[in-house]
Design a protein around this ligand. Structure first.
Ligand SMILES: O=C(O)[C@H]1O[C@H](OP(=O)(O)OP(=O)(O)OC[C@H]2O[C@@H](n3ccc(=O)[nH]c3=O)[C@H](O)[C@@H]2O)[C@H](O)[C@@H](O)[C@H]1O
Length: 442
C-alpha cells in the first residue's frame, strides 16, 4: 500500500511540467522564467516531501527497529516486544519438564497443523513444550488461533514471533536450555510458490538458517528435528521413493527450498556438530488440517455445492498421493526426537561427529486423487461436481509413494491409518468445527 501511494505521488509530480499552458511561448519570457522558477521550487519541494516519505516508511517504520524481515511482500511486518517477569514465567512454565527423562522442546510452527499435534503429544507425555509461531495469514489465522487456544488449555504457551528474529530465539534459549528443537515453521504448499516465491526463501531458507545459527551458538546445543518434504523427490519416476534416491530435480520452488534445507542441515552438522534429523512428510492430512490442501478445500467445496478440479496426468494418467494420517506422522516425529543423539559442539565449535539423518514418513500406499474424492462423497453424503483438468505445470508432481523401511528400522515407525479411516476422522472434526454455522469457512 505504501508503495502504491508513493507511486501515485510520483505520477503527480511527473505531471507538473506537462500542465497545460505551462510552457506556452506567447507569454513574456520574464513571466515564463518566473513561472519556471516557481515550478522548479514546487518540484524541489515535492521531491523533498516524497523522499521524506520514502525515508519514513522504509527506514524509520517500527519494523526496522528489530531484525528486519527480508521479505517486504510478506504479511507480518510487525514488531513484537517480548520480556518482563510475567512473560518469562509463562515461557518457563510451558517448557517445564514434568516427567522423568522428559525433554524440553522448542516447537516452531506450533500453531500449524503438524506443530499443534506434535506439541500436544509431547505435553501429554510430560515433556516441556514451548511454541513459537508467526501466525501469518497464508491461510485463515483464526484456525491457528483456535489451535493455540487448544494448546493453551493443556498449558502450552505459544510465543507470537518470527523464526527470523534471532534476538527473540536467543532470548528463549537464555530462559530455557532446550534439549530439542522441533522445527516445523515453514512456508508450505507447492502451488503458492508461483504467487509468493519470496515467502519460501524467507521461511524455509532464511528462517532455517536463523534457527540453526542460534542452535549452534547456545550451550548446550539442542538436537534438531525438522520438516523436510516428499516433494524433494521431484520428477523422479522410480517408486517407491527411497532416501537413497536422487533429489536434484525439484518440480516447485517449495521443493527446492526444502532440498536446500537438507543441504544447509548438512553444513551445520559438518561445521558445528549439530545433531540434525530431517523428516520427509508425505501429504499429511487429518483434523485441524491446512485449508490450502486439496482434501480440505474439496470437503468445503463439495459441501457448498461448488465444483472441484481434479488433476489428471497426460493420456488420462492417474495423479496419486501417499496420503499420511497426522497421528502416524506425530509418532514418527516423537520417535525422531527420542532417538536423536546429542549435538557435539559447544561455544559454536564442533567437538566430534554428530548425527545427521533423513527419513521418509509416508503411508506407503498411494491413493488416486479421484478415489480420495469418492471417499469424501461417501462420508459427506454429497455428490461432488467434478471437473477433470490436465495437471498444470505449477509445481505438482504426478505421483508420490514412500519407501518407509529406514524409518521402520531406525524409528520403529509403522503407520496404521488408511485414507478411509483418516478421512472419517477429518470429516467428523470438520463438521464439528465449521458445521455449526458459527465459523465461516475461508
Ligand atoms: O508431501 C509433501 O511434501 C507436500 O504435501 C502437500 O502437497 P500435495 O501433495 O501437493 O498436497 P495437496 O495440495 O493437498 O494436493 C493433493 C493432490 O491433489 C491434487 N489436486 C490439488 C488441487 C486441486 O485443485 N486439484 C487436485 O487434483 C494435487 O495434484 C495432488 O495430487 C502439502 O501441501 C505440501 O505442503 C507438502 O508438504
Amino acid at each position: 500500500m505504501k508503495f502504491s501511494k508513493g507511486l501515485l505521488q510520483m505520477k503527480h509530480i511527473d505531471n507538473i511540467p506537462s500542465t497545460p499552458g505551462k510552457f506556452k511561448m506567447e507569454k513574456s519570457p520574464y513571466i515564463h522564467r518566473l513561472r519556471w522558477h516557481s515550478s522548479l521550487a514546487k518540484l524541489t519541494l515535492w521531491s523533498f516531501v516524497f523522499l521524506g516519505l520514502i525515508y519514513f516508511f522504509f527506514y524509520r517504520s517500527p519494523s526496522s527497529f528489530s531484525p528486519r524481515p527480508t521479505d517486504l511482500s510478506r504479511r507480518s511486518l510487525r514488531t513484537n516486544f517480548y520480556g518482563g517477569p510475567a512473560w518469562e514465567k509463562q515461557v518457563r512454565s510451558s517448557a517445564r519438564v514434568r516427567s522423568r527423562n522428559g525433554i524440553s522442546v522448542l516447537v516452531t510452527g506450533a500453531a500449524g497443523f503438524v506443530g499443534t499435534h506434535v506439541s500436544a503429544a509431547l505435553k501429554r507425555r510430560g515433556d516441556g513444550v514451548l511454541g513459537l509461531d508467526s501466525f501469518n495469514d497464508y491461510y485463515d489465522p483464526s484456525l491457528k488461533r483456535a489451535r493455540q487456544a487448544l494448546l493453551e488449555r493443556s498449558g502450552i504457551y505459544i510465543v507470537d514471533g518470527d523464526i527470523n528474529d534471532v534476538s527473540l530465539l536467543k532470548k528463549l534459549f537464555d530462559i530455557v536450555a532446550f534439549t530439542h528443537v522441533m522445527h516445523l515453521a515453514a512456508q508450505a504448499g507447492v502451488r503458492y510458490a508461483l504467487e509468493n516465491p519470496s515467502s519460501y526463501v524467507h521461511s524455509n531458507i532464511a528462517g532455517l538458517v536463523s534457527v540453526l545459527e542460534v542452535c549452534k551458538s547456545v550451550n548446550p546445543q539442542p538436537s534438531i528435528v525438522w520438516a523436510s518434504s516428499s516433494s524433494v523427490y521431484g520428477l523422479n519416476t522410480k517408486v517407491p521413493f527411497s532416501e537413497r534416491d536422487r533429489t536434484d530435480q525439484p518440480a516447485s520452488l517449495y521443493a527446492a527450498t526444502k532440498k536446500a534445507g537438507e543441504e544447509i542441515a548438512h553444513t551445520y552438522n559438518h561445521i558445528y556438530g549439530l545433531s540434525l534429523t530431517g523428516l520427509r512428510f508425505f501429504t499429511v492430512y487429518g483434523p485441524w488440517g491446512r485449508p490450502d490442501m486439496a482434501y480440505f478445500f474439496f470437503t468445503r467445496d463439495i459441501l457448498k455445492g461448488k465444483s472441484i478440479t481434479i488433476f489428471e496426468a497426460a493420456n488420462h494418467g492417474t495423479v496419486a498421493r501417499d496420503f499420511t494420517y497426522i497421528d502416524d506422522i506425530v509418532k514418527g516425529c516423537l520417535a525422531a526426537l527420542d532417538t536423536a543423539e546429542k549435538s557435539t559442539g559447544s561455544g559454536g565449535k564442533k567437538k566430534g561427529p554428530a548425527q545427521l539423518r533423513v527419513y521418509n514418513l509416508g503411508n506407503t500406499s498411494p491413493v488416486p486423487v479421484s478415489d480420495l474424492v469418492s471417499i469424501l462423497e461417501r462420508l459427506l453424503k454429497v455428490k461432488a461436481k467434478r471437473l477433470i483438468m490436465k495437471l498444470p505445470r505449477n509445481g505438482d508432481v504426478q505421483f508420490t509413494h514412500a519407501n518407509i523401511s529406514l524409518a521402520k528400522r531406525e524409528l520403529g515407525y509403522k503407520p496404521t491409518t488408511d485414507l478411509q479411516t483418516g478421512l472419517k476422522k477429518f470429516v467428523r472434526w470438520y463438521l464439528s468445527y465449521y458445521g455449526n454455522g458459527k465459523r465461516s469457512v475461508q
